[in-house]
Design a protein around this ligand. Structure first.
Ligand code: ZN
Length: 304
């Protein structure tokens, strides 16, 4: 049970006000796909890397050097490989970074920014947001915001809630911090405006989905039966099909990846094949999430 569940009353006993209120709390409003993408592109591609690094271990209260080393791989081996790939293809991407990761690896974040990429929020220590009280969630959001602002030299404008675990109070905090966009929710393939209790907020949602994420295909846990059952070639096939669908609809293809997962030699190769496929199709606008959100807002006269 999360601190947001007021009591243990079973859902079948809730009155209409309660179940309707829960659904209306954070909802998708107008679609914000522009009439045309920048420079007449027929599809927009937003690549993101969630630099969880050591926090995927720390967040569980674990101090296992073995597990922490897997996080260090993300920073030490994977991020340089990813930056080289993006440089080679002239692509600007977004890096979502927990506050603690930014403090552990400040030079990496400065390099990400220096190479023209976006640095955006990803919680404090990759905590599960819905397990926090509103007071703690607010404190961690503000701390993460300040930490990134200090390291990047400018405040972040976007957030991806760790594990996409958006709480009923998260949107209020996004508004309080004056952020431009969120990228944690799943109501569409296309950008949309977030509604809070039925009212427009002006916040742009750049939606995610597990199908467009490397983690579900390559997840590995020694102590459970979780294994990377899907070969990179099959993951490439799925990502290509999602991209081709976005081209057909003139929409957005947003892909979430993690350095410690996609940065391995056999998998960075699949990302390069995917980028080559996109370039061969042509008419692609590769943009950081911030640029996409700004473009959609500017194209939509009513959203200011
Ligand atoms: Zn993450």
């Amino acid at each position: 049970m999360s601190p947001h569940d007021a009591d243990a009353e079973p859902a079948w006993a809730w009155d209409e006000r309660r179940w309707r209120g829960a659904v209306e709390k954070v909802r998708a409003g107008r679609r914000l796909t522009p009439q045309r993408w920048k420079d007449g592109a027929r599809v927009c591609v937003a690549l993101s890397f969630d630099s969880d690094h050591e926090t995927s271990t720390l967040r569980e209260g674990s101090v296992s050097p073995g597990r922490l080393s897997q996080g260090q791989y993300g920073s030490r081996a994977a991020v340089p490989r990813i930056l080289a790939l993006l440089r080679r293809h002239g692509i600007r991407a977004s890096f979502f970074v927990p506050g603690v990761v930014a403090l552990l690896h400040p030079d990496e974040q400065r390099r990400v920014v220096d190479e023209g990429h976006e640095l955006a929020m990803h919680g404090w220590i990759h905590e599960m947001t819905s397990q926090l009280t509103p007071v703690v969630e607010r404190d961690l959001m503000h701390r993460a915001h300040e930490t990134l602002a200090k390291i990047a030299g400018r405040p972040p404008v976007g957030v991806r809630v760790p594990s996409w675990d958006f709480s009923p109070t998260t949107l209020g905090l996004i508004r309080e911090l004056g952020l431009l966009y969120d990228s944690s929710l799943m109501a569409d393939d296309e950008p949309y405006e977030l509604l809070e209790d039925g009212a427009p907020t002006g916040i742009v949602e750049l939606p995610v989905e597990w199908i467009k994420d490397d983690a579900p295909y390559f997840g590995m846990n020694r102590a459970s039966t979780l294994r990377p059952y899907t070969p990179p070639s099959a993951v490439l096939e799925i990502f290509k099909a999602e991209f081709d669908g976005a081209v057909a609809e003139g929409g957005l293809f947003l892909l979430t990846m993690h350095p410690h997962i996609i940065g391995h030699r056999s998998r960075i190769a699949l990302l390069e094949r995917l980028i080559e496929h996109m370039k061969a199709v042509g008419g692609v606008w590769f943009a950081a999430h911030e640029e996409v959100a700004r473009y959609c807002r500017a194209a939509d006269g009513g959203l200011r």
